[in-house]
Design a protein around this ligand. Structure first.
Ligand code: E4P
Length: 227
C-alpha cells in the first residue's frame, strides 16, 4: 500500500518526506484554501520538491463535464506527468472521465466516494484511483472501512485496474486495517503520519537502550565514541 500526504503546506510535506516512505501528495480545494494564494504557486512548489516521478493529485472544481476536461488539461499541462486529476464521482464527473479516456491520456482519480457503486462506475470509466472517504462515511453512521474494503473486492472480482486510494482517516488503526486488505494507497494528513507509530512502549524501549549504553560508556557517548 502506497502512502501519500494529504496536505499542501510545503514545510509539512518536507518534514514527512524526510521521515517516512512517501509516494506522493494529494490535495483538494479545502486543503489548498488553507495555504491560499495562487494554487499553482503552491502546487508547483510541491511538484518541484517531490520530483517528476512522484504522484500528485489535484482536483478540478468545475461542475460541467466539458469544463472539467478543460481544467484537467490545464492542470496536467502545468504540473506534468504523474499528475492525477481528481474528479468527483457524480454523473457530470463520469461524463468528463469518459471524454478524458477517449481523447487524452490524462490519468484521473475519482473522488468524493461514499458508496461502492460510485467507485465501480468510476472504475468502468477508466479511473486510475478511487478515493473513498473513510472518516466522513463513519460520521454519516456507516462503516467507512467496510466501504473501502468492498470497493477493493469489487475491483479484484471484476479484474479492474483501478486502485483504491483511501482518504479521510482519523486514526492509524484504520490505515492498518486497509493495509491488511492490500488496498493500493492511503492518503493521510501530516498529523496522522506522526501518529502511525506513536506509542509510549516504543519510546520507553528506545530510552532504556540508550540509558543502558550510557551506564557503561558515559553520558552522551555513542558507538562513534569507540573504535
Ligand atoms: C481525499 O480525496 C479527500 O480530499 C480528503 O482526504 C478528505 O479528507 P477529510 O475528510 O479529512 O477532509
Amino acid at each position: 500500500m502506497k502512502l501519500l500526504i494529504d496536505d499542501a503546506h510545503i514545510d509539512a510535506i518536507k518534514k514527512i518526506y524526510a521521515a517516512y516512505p512517501v509516494s506522493g501528495v494529494t490535495t483538494n480545494p479545502t486543503i489548498l484554501s488553507k495555504v491560499g494564494g495562487n494554487p499553482f504557486d503552491t502546487l508547483r512548489q510541491i511538484r518541484g520538491f517531490i520530483g517528476e516521478e512522484a504522484d500528485l493529485h489535484v482536483q478540478a472544481v468545475s461542475r460541467r463535464a466539458d469544463d472539467i476536461v478543460a481544467e484537467a488539461k490545464h492542470i496536467v499541462n502545468l504540473l506534468g506527468a504523474n499528475t492525477y486529476v481528481k474528479i468527483p464521482a457524480v454523473p457530470e464527473g463520469f461524463r468528463a472521465m469518459k471524454i478524458l479516456v477517449d481523447t487524452t491520456e490524462i490519468p484521473f482519480t475519482a473522488t468524493a466516494i461514499y458508496t461502492p457503486m460510485q467507485a465501480f462506475i468510476a472504475g468502468q470509466c477508466g479511473a486510475s484511483f478511487a478515493a473513498p472517504y473513510v472518516n466522513r462515511i463513519d460520521n454519516m453512521g456507516f462503516d467507512g472501512l467496510r466501504v473501502a474494503m468492498e470497493i477493493q473486492k469489487i475491483f479484484t472480482a471484476n479484474h479492474m485496474e483501478t486502485e483504491v486510494i483511501a482518504a479521510s482517516f482519523k486514526n492509524s488503526q484504520q490505515v492498518l486495517e486497509l493495509c491488511k486488505c492490500g488496498v493500493g494507497a492511503a492518503t493521510i494528513s501530516p498529523e496522522l503520519f506522526d501518529m502511525l507509530v506513536k506509542n509510549s512502549a516504543i519510546d520507553s524501549a528506545v530510552d532504556a537502550f540508550i540509558a543502558d549504553f550510557e551506564s557503561f560508556a558515559g553520558a552522551g557517548n555513542t558507538m562513534l565514541s569507540f573504535r
